[in-house]
Design a protein around this ligand. Sequence first.
Ligand code: GTP
Ligand code: MG
Length: 135
Amino acid sequence: SERTLVLVKPDGVRRGVVGEVISRIERKGLKLVALELQHLSRETAEAHYAEHVERPFFGELVEFITSAPLVAMVVEGPNAIKAFRQLAGATNPVEAATGSIRGDFALEIGENIVHGSDSPDSAAREIKIFFPELG
Ligand code: GTP
Ligand code: MG
């Protein structure tokens, strides 16, 4: 079994789709291990998105993710990392399949509702940032 960090980003909370995202995770057969509403500091946001520091949209990304509370979760199950990224759909909602979270609820890449870790190393690093008590 595997763990992944899932975020319902501020746009998803504002849009009222937190329950919808959790429902899709549960229907897939994945389990919630931790769940918390968090309002990120700039420092935490920059640590989470460190891999994107050189990208032109980094400032915008940090501004957005710190703009309002998000819902952070640790989700567990066999192949949880790939399973959740499949539920989320392509990064750009314009390319995300209908039936995926981004395909169904989002229009723009900058506001694509959810985040999911992209590898076991990322998951371990990100879970430590959002839920240090889980180790
Ligand atoms: P996450 O699960 O959120 O990490 O998405 P991802 O792994 O599918 O995409 P990636 O890690 O490459 O990018 C991280 C986030 O940066 C994306 O989810 C987008 O919200 C944002 N992002 C990526 N490209 C752009 C862009 O060109 N403009 C803006 N404003 N945001 C972008
Ligand atoms: Mg990513």
